[in-house]
Each structure stands twice: as C-alpha cells, then as structure tokens.
Write a protein that binds this ligand. Sequence first.
Ligand code: SF4
Ligand code: SF4
Length: 476
Amino acid sequence: MTTPAPTAAGRVLPTLNEDGSRRWIRPRPSPGSFWRRRRAVAYGLMFVFFIIPYLRMNGKPVVLLDLPSRQFTLFGTTFLPTDTLLLMFLMASLIIGVFLLTALAGRVWCGWGCPQTVYMEFLFRPIERVFEGGRSGSMQLDREGVRGQLHARRLAKYAVYLMLSLFLAHTFLAYFVGIDRLVRWVRQSPFEHPTSFFVMAVTTAGIMLDFTWFREQTCLVACPYGRWQSVLLDRQSLIVAYDATRGEPRGKGKDRAGLGDCVDCGACVITCPTGIDIRDGLQMECIHCTQCADACDAIMARVGKPPGLVRYSSQAALAGEPVRRLRPRVVLYPTAFAVMFGGFLYTLGTKAPADITVLRGLGEPYVVEADGRVANQLRVKITNRTGAPHTYAVSVDGAGPGEIIAPDNPLAIAAGATDALAMFVMLPTSAFHDGERSIVVRVSDGAGFTGTVPYRLVGPEHEDHHATPEAGKERE
Ligand code: SF4
Ligand code: SF4
C-alpha cells in the first residue's frame, strides 16, 4: 500500500514504511529535456537489443553465446574455450571501462543505459500509467489492497506485462541459440526441446517478477555495481546533485525573504524512481536518472528562477573546491584500459585460423619395432576457427613418406569444429640423441594457412640403439 514518504526522523529506507512494509514507488513522470534525451537513448537501445539476433557478420551471427558448445561469437569472430587469454583481456577491458566511465561520468550507465532502468522507465512504467490512470490511479489501487490487485485495470496491465516478458525472454534466448533455431522451436512442441523451453519459462517469470514486484529493489539491494559507487566515485566525479548553497534555506510561500531557491514543493522526490530526496546529498540509492533535475527545472521555470538547482555537477564543484579534470584515476584507468584492450586486439589480430596442439598418444611413450625403428604415437588436435570447412594435411619436417603412418591424413574438419588425427612417427634409433629427437609438426589447410608446432619425440638412449621392443616399458 502506498503511503506518504516517511519523515527523515522515521526513515529507515526510502522504500520501507516505518512498520517495515514495502512502500511502493509510483513516480510522477517529468518530461523535461533530460527525459527526452534519455527516451531517445532508451528506444535506441531497445531497438539494438531486438535487432541484434537477426544480424550476421562474416557469415556468422553478430552475437551468439553458444553455451553448450562453449563458443562465443562476437562481431563475426568465434571465441573458443581455448581463448582464455582473449577472454581475460576482454573481461578486464570491460571492467576497467566501467571504472573509467564511473570516474568520469558517475552512474551514467545506471541512469541512461542499464536495461533495468531502460525497460522499467520507458516500457513497463508507461504501460502501467496507461492502464492504471497515472500515479494517482496506481496509488488508489495500492490503497485498496487485495481488491486493488485484482482490479480489472491492474489485471489487464499484468496481461500486457506477460506478453512483453514472453517477447523479451524469447529475444534473450535468441542470443544463446540463434534466431533460426529459436523460430523453429517456437513452431514445435515444447516437449521436443524441454531444456530451452524451461529456460525461456524461467526467464519470462524472472522478467515478470522483476518489473511487476521487485522493481527499484534490483538497483537498491541486488545490483553489485551500486555497491561499488563509494569507491568508484570521487569528489570530482559527475553526479546529479542539489545545489544546497543556492537552494537553502528551503521554504514554501510567496515571501522569499531569507529563503533560498528551493520552494520545498517535493516535485524532485515524487518523480524519483528510487524514492529518495536528492536534497539529502549523494546517496547510494541515486541511479543518476536526472528525473529530479527535470522536475526541478520545471518548478524553477514556474517560479521565475534559473534552471539547474538540481543538475549535473560534482561534490567538489558544489563545495566551491577547484575542479580538477586531471587526477590519478583518470590517468590510471585509461592506461590500464589501453593495455588490456590493446592486448585483446593484438591477440585477436595475430590469432591463426586454426589452433593446433600436438599431444603424446596413450600407452607406451615409444615402441621399438621389429625392423629396429622407433615408433612414437602422436595426436594432432586441430580446431578449425574459420567459418568454412577445411581439410588439414599434417606432415613432419625431415620425415619421409614411409616414416609417418596416419590413416586419417588429411583430416576434414567442419567450420568451428575440433578433431584429432592419430599418427605414428617411425624413425631409426640413430635419429635419437640422449633419448630425444626434436621435430616440427606442420599443418596446412590448403587455403594459405600453415601452422607449425615443435615437438620432442622420445626414444632409446644411445647405448640402447639395439634395444628390444620392451625398451619403452623400461623407460616408464
Ligand atoms: S535522486 Fe534524482 S537522479 Fe537520483 S534516482 Fe532520484 S530522481 Fe534519479
Ligand atoms: S523540485 Fe526543486 S524546488 Fe522543488 S523541492 Fe525539489 S529541489 Fe526544491
């Protein structure tokens, strides 16, 4: 049930009543200049989210997070489980990028780009206002308790929410299974693909739960990013803030003698989607959405004062301290970001079209054949990283045709797949020195790529040149 905001004396949390019950936030929209820009950004981001599953690059989906195959395709490049270094560089770049963005622009991500804010404020909340009759209509239904919950207008809203949640869950699933497979599955019985159906159902339920019930609590108690703010922001970071020097002492009424510009109208509080009062200073609950800035600018226009009583500023600027654009964190973060992202681009640019690993075969390390030659068993594992099938020919530098036995050579491998070729390298015992022989395994795809892997064969020591077939066993 909605109740007036608790007074500062009784306030525990902005979304809790004094008795511990939930205080539902039904913010009044403030369609000012920031709101118009945020709306354009929000609908742009929604469009990007909906369209990406349909886009392709280099014959592959632009984004496909194929978890069962452990392959991530991003912008036409497929990352395999062996790409640990690449993924490490990418993840480190993203995390440092978030640090940098926060140091420079505060919680701009929360207010402008986070899906929670974007979908809540520009999709689910507008639908709620249409069905329930705006803020006052929602508050009336809240006051009616169970009757309000079962009111036709609220039930109709839930029905539309469910449709939207289903659509969002299917779009989300398309990022993991690809749009072609998803469209095929949608036309089939759920029993033919129960796991994906279950994932879709759970995602739909999660979206419904989030946007009907959990709402701002996601930002307040669930999101770890909000918890990091106290260490990510400094006094020079951009924040949405109330100019207390100009606004205080606040007060209502036409006689403004001795009063600041704040007319204590509460418009900035009523519009806040997390239910806080920006005039209480920088708070963890503030997602920097600028709705209070728009609300206050409208009030200032009405009372004939300049806008910006609530505005983008910094703690230092508001306190009259010197504004320092250059500070240690805005040098360190870009440097670390450049190193990590540079490492990512370099590793990506120098990545070969095939991954080759040479492994020792199972069993004895070597066997001395009846004709006196030493046989080493190898497994050449090849991953075709390209978007087309290739046939890979394997050879060993310096070894003649009779010295390699590999029935599957050359080996055909589908696009993005991995396969292994078993081979024996047969060399005379005289080829080994101190029980070893260095070789180079060469793999060519016939389309211009040749990869080499150095490898060490094992064999008998010099004094064992006339070793018997049991020599390998003795070595073990
Ligand atoms: S205080 Fe202002 S900027 Fe912060 S969340 Fe509330 S409305 Fe948005
Ligand atoms: S909207 Fe502006 S004038 Fe009204 S209470 Fe908030 S800060 Fe004061």
